[in-house]
Design a protein around this ligand. Structure first.
Ligand code: ADP
Ligand code: MG
Length: 701
């Protein structure tokens, strides 16, 4: 089939036209014939079953009924007009209701003609009604190309309101297959199709839209999922191969004075086996002459900081500078303090640069950076300013990567001819399945072991009505010398409300925990950095017992004496955020607690989140649940990726197919990386096409 036909703008399809074309473009991103073919159904429903009105149950299921409309009226209401039609069959009557689009609906409805309606039925005051039903004349209904599994396409409210129903999309799809004859060319090599017993591309596309049988539908889904994941893997692996072979890095072949001195004489504790293994991996990586691009994953409190320091010492030993970027000023300060302490017996120059660094200090930093006397620079986004010029940056450590955009990272990278090694540290556990599809080839180190002697944090879920008991518990803990965090949600869309909640909360806490017995700190994003730091300082020095805060303290803050984390309106936080917040406690020797406060009204998802947090402390398990609840697109910053904008496959549910796809992609590239062999000609073409269209976000580099 000619490719050109598939590139035809969608408005030229019979039955679409400019108006609908515009809607399809805006609402579903469908520009061309090709895009419509690739609009895959979300699910399928059984349209061979017809219900009688007296069989209806109030379970909100989708049903289809044969009958007719006997009258139509417009009902005025406080909240606007409704169009209501009475629909009958030989067993009873229901109401059909429209809230929008009255004019064209009214024009299209015919009284006393046999029709088939389809939609969700709900019962109200003993009468069933169906809102915005799909309607088809029985005669048309009988003729249309349909199968037992009726596809349900993704849609939007606007589309439905403007009359582009599921049935309309289905009709367009029929038209499309008529015009294109369903001759879509094969994209995978023949030998692969044979080996995996895949159905041909055109058969798969036909059956995904018009399944002839459950079996063919399953095979069509398998084939298309495989194809989607396979091409993503091809792209990811190719990128990694290029990086490994072509991007030179500084070979850190020496292990010198700084590293050895620190390791032999100044380690404050024995490293865990996981830390040792990870340091070795990093050493090996930086020792070769390719650039390192490594993700260091470790749950909160697993001890990533010392790994970062030792990696930076290696850079210094080889005559290079190193830097560490943190997402917030609080965190940068904390790293600065922590690293300065760890390195106090070493002869190295460590400085910090943030938005609030004074001009005079800045000048010194710029100078020392350029003449090479500054060894390690710690800071925030400020490190990305043009004025910041390293003499020879050998390693950039980035903490909590999801707060930095890709663009920002590459700014650092452009500053040298040979790029620095990159170590990205994250406490957001990325499930293996997802990591694999994000990174293709794995350059991931995992610290999967906590330092010894940690007591697991006890987590409970309490309702607001139990607040008195919770306050009593806090008072007891404070009496034992512990400190408490109380965190309020701050979500951008409702910022004003959230600040009100925070300040109201702060006031009532101040009343319940009065001076002079109790002192309270408060930290939120609208404060000046200097004030924030001062408050953090008071808390970390033990001058205040309670820290009221927004999620600014979510990442990295390390105050071992704080042993209770209270999360207010916990139902409004996502799982990974809850886990991050909980990670602020459990850092000292004492038993720590996390108390999630919610109202009684909880959605199902919120309930699952609460239960998961109470059940487990394992970040990876939590990430898996999170992924299932939210879908891959929402996990951390992956929305930006575009990688996970998958059309048909699902990283979690289809992880076996993902592995299969990955296996075959690797095999092909190992054997024929440029895809030059005759049997790979088509593959190469499709690959190039796809790469032009959808550039896989390379997560790290
Ligand atoms: P994170 O991985 O969350 O950044 P940190 O590096 O801040 O964790 O370490 C958390 C705490 O554990 C720190 O107080 C640190 O000193 C301590 N720590 C790290 N590694 C070890 C170890 N091997 N043994 C004992 N304590 C450790
Ligand atoms: Mg940390």
């Amino acid at each position: 089939m000619s490719n050109n036909l598939l590139q035809t703008p969608i408005e030229y399809l019979k039955g679409v036209g400019p108006n609908r074309g515009e809607l399809l473009r805006k609402e579903l991103g469908i520009h061309k014939y090709q895009d419509l073919i690739n609009l895959f159904p979300n699910r399928y429903i059984d349209r061979t079953r017809y219900y009688k009105i007296n069989e209806l149950q109030n379970n909100n299921a989708e049903v289809q009924i044969i009958g007719k409309i006997i009258n139509i009226k417009t009902v005025e209401q406080k909240r606007g007009k409704r169009l209501v039609a009475t629909f009958v069959d030989d067993t009873g009557q229901i109401e059909l209701v429209w809230f929008q689009g009255h004019k064209w609906i009214r024009e299209s409805l015919k009284l006393n003609v046999v029709i088939v309606i389809f939609g969700k039925c709900t019962s109200f005051n003993g009468l069933f009604n169906m809102a915005h039903p799909e309607i088809e004349l029985l005669s048309e209904h009988e003729q249309s190309l349909r199968s037992a599994m009726q596809p349900v396409y993704p849609s939007t409210e606007t589309l439905t309101n403007r009359g582009i129903s599921n049935r309309a999309i289905n009709k367009m799809m029929q038209q499309l297959f008529l015009e294109t004859q369903a001759l879509f060319s094969e994209t995978l090599p023949d030998y692969l199709v044979n080996e995996l017993k895949l159905i041909p591309k055109n058969v798969a596309l036909f059956n995904i839209h018009f399944p002839k049988s459950a079996d063919l539908l399953a095979r069509a889904q398998f084939r298309l999922k495989f194809e989607e994941l396979f091409f993503i893997q091809l792209q990811l692996i190719t990128k990694n191969l290029i990086r490994k072979h072509k991007i030179k890095g500084h070979p850190f072949d020496k292990v010198g004075e700084n590293f050895n001195n620190f390791f032999k004489n100044h380690l404050p504790f024995e490293l865990t086996n996981a830390q040792k293994r990870v340091i070795k991996e990093i050493r090996n990586d930086m020792g070769s002459n390719a650039q390192m691009n490594r993700l260091l994953q470790g749950d909160v409190g697993s001890g990533k900081t010392i790994v970062a320091l030792m990696s930076m010492l290696l850079a210094l030993d080889n005559g290079f500078q190193a830097c560490l970027m943190a997402p917030t000023e609080i965190l940068a300060n904390q790293h600065f303090k922590g690293l300065t302490e760890l390195a106090e017996n070493l002869d190295i120059n460590i400085k910090i640069l943030t938005g609030s660094t004074k001009i005079a200090d800045r000048k010194i930093i710029h100078e020392e950076l350029e003449n090479g006397t500054l060894h390690i620079l710690i800071g925030t986004h400020a490190l990305l300013e043009d004025k910041v010029q390293f003499n020879n940056l050998g390693l950039a450590v980035i903490d909590e990567q999801h707060r930095f955009g890709v663009e920002q990272r590459s700014k650092l990278w452009k500053k040298n001819d040979i790029p620095p090694h990159i170590l990205v540290m994250t406490a957001t556990p990325i499930p293996r399945t997802l990591a694999m599809s994000l990174y293709g080839d794995l350059d991931i180190s995992v610290i999967d072991e906590l330092p010894p002697g940690r007591k697991p944090i006890q987590t409970v879920h309490r309702f607001d009505s139990n607040r008195l008991k919770v306050w009593k518990f806090i008072k007891d803990e404070i009496a034992k010398g512990r400190q408490i965090y109380i965190v309020y949600p701050l979500i951008q869309e409702s910022e004003k409300m959230d600040y009100k909640d925070l300040m109201d909360g702060y006031e009532s806490i101040s009343r319940d925990f009065p001076l002079p017995e109790y002192a309270i700190s408060i930290v939120h994003g609208k404060m000046k950095p200097a004030d924030k730091d001062a408050e953090m300082e008071r808390f970390s020095k033990g001058k205040t017992q309670i820290m009221v805060a927004t999620t600014v303290i979510e990442v990295g803050v390390n105050i071992p004496n704080a042993s209770v984390m209270i999360i207010e309106s916990a139902e409004r936080f996502g799982l990974s955020q809850l886990h991050q917040l909980r990670g602020r406690v459990g850092r000292g020797a004492e038993q720590s607690y996390c108390i999630m406060m919610t109202s009684h009204k909880l959605s199902n998802d919120s309930k699952i989140r609460m239960e998961t947090m109470v059940r487990t402390n394992d970040g990876f398990e939590i990430a898996e649940v999170d992924l299932k609840l939210r879908g891959p697109g929402d996990l951390m910053g992956t929305q930006q990726s575009g990688v996970l904008n998958l059309q048909i496959a699902d990283i979690v549910r289809d992880k076996d197919i993902l592995q299969l796809a990955r296996h075959h992609a690797m095999k092909i590239l190992k054997d024929d990386a440029p895809m030059e062999k005759p049997e790979h000609q088509t593959l190469r073409k499709v690959f190039i096409e796809l790469s032009k269209k959808k550039n896989i976000w390379n997560y790290i580099s």
